[in-house]
Design a protein around this ligand. Structure first.
Ligand code: NAP
Length: 483
């Protein structure tokens, strides 16, 4: 059993100190597998957030001035420490979030990859020179870290959604104040323990924990010292934060909700498509922003695909994430469970057939038996909203033009997937899908060197890759005359 104790913190991390809330108040964090309280974490609000912003602001000039290669050493060490302690961090993550241990460890390693990548990428912030308008002038373009970053993250990836922001922010030379989700603050605080060990200077990376997200968010989106807001979470909250950030015209990155189409054409390799559908739909019990939400299967293979998918799903083991062989853990809370259930009931009421699952699993509490529905139609909730649960809705389609129109008929535009063995179709469909990400004959997209993000109401900006760094930099045009 990994030793999680050394990473177990219940206080916030501001200016390099572990601190309690001014009021002394705490909030409870529970284990969704059994509902037991696992921690009581500092419940902070606006005054503590303001202090964290001031600490990040004070730390910014020295961090900005530090040589990129010296910043890189700290970030690389941080990443190495995360990887070295992946088992303990994964155990902590499963305890507060519920996902199976293997998935939790995968998240930790994937998350460390973002810090490692940006340790290096931060050394490649290149500028430009531009042919001037007159002989006696020179035009020089430089890129500078934007300043203090306010970061707000969700519970479904309690570690990697943080490193995906802090890697580029700190690599670019910005400092940051993070507000993790109230459901999962422990993984965030554990990252700070290791940042300290890696030699991160005081104030460069601060964490404010608290239940009053609106109060903390208000400070992060309106304080004049915060120059950028980076949010991952629901589209609804993202819209609120964007509106608030407008008051001081902050640069904003929004990684919001999705409603991914997963299309299987007649020519597809069926085994691969079924395997991909299971991985994309049921990972983290269906609670990822890029989970397949609408599975479109072409006429010729619909029955066979349904049969094979059902067979696979029946074989999945449901239970607490720390039990061996489990592939589906609990949903995060009752609200999440009820929403998934509502989507099933709505579909059935409108004519869908519940082929398998959908009820409370024998494991009890927040465990749902993964569900499969057929006969899905556009008027159902699942078609328009993000389900965020282990529910696969299967839609039948006849041809390419029809399925492209159906797939694009949504306000979301994050991830999309399709399986085909026709080369021409692969290009046509990839180009026609109105999504920030398209996976062809693949189901797992996240990788530090690739740009993750959406179009339409799924967000603004990209995380990961060289493009992700740009979101934390501002461009300066210097004109030098009299030469
Ligand atoms: P959420 O309810 O929007 O919460 C996300 C974060 O925002 C949490 O830290 C939450 O704090 C905070 N928050 C809530 N209301 C706020 C407010 N008024 N002002 C400031 N902060 C506020 O989303 P969630 O349920 O945690 O996460 C699931 C959502 O995230 C899904 O829609 C999913 O698609 C999306 N997501 C997107 C991506 C992506 O890359 N596009 C990745 C992962 C998840 P509390 O926890 O304290 O409420």
């Amino acid at each position: 059993m990994a030793d999680t104790q050394q990473f177990f913190k219940e206080q916030s991390f501001i200016n390099g100190e572990w601190v309690k809330a001014d009021s002394g108040k705490t909030f409870a964090v529970d284990n969704p597998a059994d509902g037991k309280i696992v921690a009581n974490v500092a419940d902070m609000g606006a005054p503590e957030t303001t202090r964290a912003v001031e600490a990040a602001y004070a730390a910014f000039p020295a961090w900005k001035k530090m040589l990129a290669k010296d910043r890189a050493k700290i970030l690389r060490k941080w990443s190495d420490l995360i990887v070295a302690n992946a088992d303990a961090l994964a155990a902590l993550l499963t305890m507060e979030q519920g996902k199976p241990l293997a998935e939790a460890k995968g998240e930790i390693i994937n998350g460390a990859g973002f810090i490692e990548w940006y340790a290096d990428e931060g050394r490649r912030v290149y500028g430009d020179t531009i042919p001037p308008m007159k002989d006696s002038a020179r035009i020089i373009i430089t890129k500078e870290p934007i300043g203090v970053v306010g970061a707000i993250t969700p519970w479904n990836f309690p570690s990697s959604m943080i490193t995906r922001k802090l890697g580029p922010a700190l690599g670019a030379g910005c400092t940051a104040v993070l507000k993790p989700a109230a459901e999962t603050p422990l993984s965030a605080l554990a990252l700070a323990v290791l940042a300290e060990q890696a030699g991160m200077p005081k104030g460069v990376f601060n964490i404010v924990t608290g239940k009053d997200a609106a109060a903390i968010g208000q400070v992060l989106t309106t304080h004049p010292h915060v120059k950028k807001i980076s949010f991952t979470g629901s589209t609804e909250v993202g819209k609120v934060l964007l509106a608030q950030a407008a008051s001081t015209v902050k640069k904003s990155s929004m990684e919001l909700g999705g409603n991914a189409p997963f299309i299987v054409f007649n020519s597809a390799d069926l085994d691969k498509a079924v395997e991909g559908a299971v991985a994309s739909k049921y990972r983290n019990a269906g609670q990822t922003c890029i989970c397949a939400n609408r599975i479109y299967v072409q006429d010729g293979i619909f029955e066979e695909f349904t049969r094979r998918l059902t067979e696979k799903v029946k074989a999945m083991k449901i239970g607490p994430g720390n039990e061996a062989g489990v592939s589906i853990g609990p949903l995060i809370n009752q609200k999440g469970f009820d929403k998934a259930r509502r989507h099933i009931d709505d579909a059935v009421a409108k004519g869908a057939a519940l082929v398998y699952g959908g009820g409370q699993n024998a494991a009890g509490g927040l465990f749902m038996t993964p569900a499969i529905l057929t006969g899905m139609t556009p008027d159902m909730m699942m078609t328009q909203e993000e389900t965020f649960g282990p529910v696969a809705g299967l839609y039948r389609f006849a041809d390419e033009a029809e399925v492209i129109a159906l797939a694009n008929d949504t306000r979301f535009g994050l991830a999309s997937y399709f399986y085909t063995n026709e080369l021409g179709q692969a290009f046509r469909v990839a180009e026609a899908l109105e999504y920030g990400m398209v996976a062809v004959n693949e189901s797992l997209l996240s990788y530090e060197a690739a740009p993750f993000g959406g179009v339409k109401e799924s967000g603004l900006g990209r995380e990961g890759s060289k493009y992700g760094l740009e979101d934390y930099l501002s461009i300066k045009y210097t004109l030098v005359g009299g030469i």
